[in-house]
Design a protein around this ligand. Structure first.
Ligand code: SIN
Length: 366
């Protein structure tokens, strides 16, 4: 059940839309009379996609099994009046789903709208609210396809908006504060939860339930928050060899599937994935990308018959996977986990990368 506060705010949200004041396109007045549009503050656009941060449960102690993506972006914004102290905000509803339902079409739509917002000189930064389960995939995707120095910040929550001690409001306030901060420029796409700032390139969800879940264990955080203010450990820097892919005109992406490595794995899954349309495969391999002898034989077969690109990644939390030799269409995932390797391969195949380009894509050398 949505709280009466949320419902009251949602009901009055439309009143502000017809404001006669000269606001930047899409921006609206705060619903609070003491928080007028402030021309001296930065302007941040919040793109909402759904997830637990927009989730609604039937009681304040329910933190699993609730409906993710139940509340609209205006409700999220109006639940945090402190936003208006740091930025003017406008909300854009891109989708309202659990993040397992985010598709390439949603990602492309999101990325194209974020790029358009950032290209507007009146916009200082973008925030994307997202379910945490696949947040790292969307954040990684956006990191690879946006061309801007302006901050792009992904934010989610581990507790639904209706929970006691919901983490969404403070996470959203910190995310907007970060997006509005000039010191956040030039750092690529970032992820904010639990008072931490991580790079979208390396950060992953490490715990299914804990608030302290988003980490890059080896690469660490970019910074943290004190009194809602971001503090950075380092001057702006980007991940080594981070590529850029232009998806301005993309309407779809090639299918890339992930196969999970384990004892007695079924080699036929590789053939089945390719038969169902996969143009690329990512293997969540054992150890540093290990696969079984029978599994490797099946992989060799799909490469020979279909020219399928295959990235060997690892099922372990961290580590570097090198390619084994110079076999055509076989690559090591480097530092990227399977879910990030999948996005990277998908974008590279969309961009028409040939074998030689794919070979250097994941490696740190050069
Ligand atoms: C989701 O990913 O949409 C649900 C879980 C969450 O946001 O924490």
């Amino acid at each position: 059940m949505v709280s009466s506060k949320f419902l009251a705010l949602a009901a009055t949200a439309s009143l502000a839309l017809g404001s006669p004041l000269p606001l930047p396109a899409g921006f609206r007045l705060s619903l609070r009379e003491d928080r007028p549009f402030n021309a001296s503050l930065p302007n941040v656009t919040i793109f909402a996609t759904g997830g637990t941060i927009a989730g609604s449960a039937s009681s304040s102690d329910q933190t699993t099994g609730y409906q993710a993506g139940a509340l609209g972006v205006d409700v999220l914004i109006d639940a945090v009046p402190e936003l208006w102290n740091v930025s003017n905000v406008r909300g854009v509803q891109v989708s309202n789903v659990g993040s397992e339902a985010v598709t390439p079409a949603v990602l492309l739509n999101l990325a194209q709208r974020v790029q358009a917002a950032l290209d507007d000189p009146l916009c200082q930064g973008a925030v994307i609210t997202h379910g945490t389960d696949t947040l790292e995939e969307s954040a990684f995707f956006v990191d690879l396809v946006i061309r801007s120095e302006k901050p792009v910040v992904f934010v989610g929550a581990m507790r639904p908006a209706t929970a006691i001690s919901a983490d969404g409001p403070i996470n959203l306030l910190e995310a907007v504060t970060l997006a509005a901060d000039p010191d956040a420029r030039g750092r690529g796409t970032m992820i904010v939860l639990n008072d931490r700032i991580g790079t979208a390139f390396y950060t992953t969800k490490t715990n299914a339930n804990s608030l302290d879940t988003f980490k890059a264990v080896e690469q660490g955080y970019l910074g943290f928050f004190i009194n809602i203010k971001p503090k950075f450990y380092f001057a702006p820097a980007l991940p080594w060899k981070k590529p850029y892919f232009d998806v301005t005109n993309a309407t779809s992406l090639p299918q890339v599937d992930i196969l999970f490595g384990h004892q007695a794995l079924n080699p036929a899954l590789a053939t089945a994935a390719v038969a169902s349309g996969a143009k690329g495969l990512v293997l969540a391999g054992m150890g540093a990308g290990g696969w079984t002898t029978e599994g490797d034989a099946a992989i060799d077969e799909v490469i020979k018959n279909n020219g399928t690109a295959v990235v060997y990644s690892r099922r372990s939390m961290d580590g570097y996977v090198e390619p084994e030799g110079d076999i055509e269409f076989v690559y090591g995932g480097g530092l990227l986990n399977p879910q990030k390797s999948r996005i990277m391969l998908q974008l590279a195949l969309y961009a028409g990368y040939e074998d030689a380009q794919l070979r250097t894509l994941f490696e740190l050398d050069g």
